[in-house]
Design a protein around this ligand. Structure first.
Ligand SMILES: C[S@@+](CC[C@H](N)C(=O)[O-])C[C@H]1O[C@@H](n2cnc3c(N)ncnc32)[C@H](O)[C@@H]1O
Length: 233
């Protein structure tokens, strides 16, 4: 599969949506929930704010955000995969008191007004975008001046480092073989492919500053396996 080709990426997430949440828990030993919590605690969303969750998938972060901005705030989850967003929408029926809406759209072309959000969040989306720099530009455009964004994704470690060795070992020897048993070999082999051209944390910071963010920090998680890019518009 061609990394970051929008049609292929959409097809991939359509095809794994029924097993996506289970496999996320399984491959990360549930740790993705902890990393998402950490992302939220760094961003400190507060009651009454309006947030957008880009590449929301089945909506994990949208739901967590909606609880934090409740009762006067709102969350908009955006994803271009029909099945991922349908799944998220169905999940939201469980708690109709939360103010969440869903938009099936390419995050590089949301058509939403500029400076309309108090915060932007994106988990495991930037690496999949056709143009990650355009993704960061869209985040900047959507944020009100002075407000914050957080982007969680795999870190792209230095080639030859222990972190890189462990990441490759885990993806090649654990993730791909197990995914293969479920008929999802290519879908999960894509993870390593997508990382090859994904900008490293310090480059992400430079790109963000060039775009016009006032502040950009990059924080490593799990010994450098994951990273959070924290931005202030
Ligand atoms: C790895 S999943 C992450 C889902 C969720 N944020 C999470 O952390 O569980 C990536 C999601 O990004 C979506 N996606 C990828 N490229 C996109 C784009 N250009 N526009 C909208 N959604 C996109 C996919 O459909 C998929 O649901």
């Amino acid at each position: 599969m061609k990394p970051r080709d929008p049609k292929s990426v959409k097809k991939l997430f359509e095809s794994i949506s029924h097993k996506y949440d289970f496999l996320n828990d399984f491959f990360s030993f549930g740790l993705h929930r902890l990393w998402k919590k950490q992302l939220l605690s760094l961003l400190e969303p507060s009651s009454g704010q309006d947030w957008i969750d880009l590449c929301c998938g089945t909506g994990d972060l949208s739901f967590a955000l909606a609880k934090l901005v409740h009762p006067l705030g709102s969350v908009l989850g955006v994803d271009f995969s029909d099945s991922q967003i349908d799944h998220a929408r169905k999940r939201s029926f469980a708690d109709p008191s939360l103010s969440i809406s869903w938009l099936k759209q390419d995050v590089l072309n949301t058509g939403l007004p500029s400076a309309s959000f108090d915060g932007v969040i994106m988990a495991y989306g930037l690496r999949n975008l056709e143009d990650p720099e355009a993704g960061l530009k869209e985040i900047h455009r959507l944020l009100k001046p002075g407000s914050k964004a957080g982007v969680l994704d795999f870190n792209h470690p230095t080639e030859g480092s222990k972190t890189s060795y462990f990441q490759k070992f885990y993806l090649r020897r654990v993730v791909v073989p197990i995914a293969s048993l479920m008929g999802l070999r290519n879908e999960y082999a894509y993870l390593e492919e997508s990382l090859k051209s994904f900008p490293k944390g310090d480059i992400q910071k430079k790109i963000a500053m060039k775009i016009g963010f006032k502040e950009a920090r990059y924080q490593l998680l799990l010994g450098g396996q994951m990273g959070i890019l924290l931005l202030t518009a």
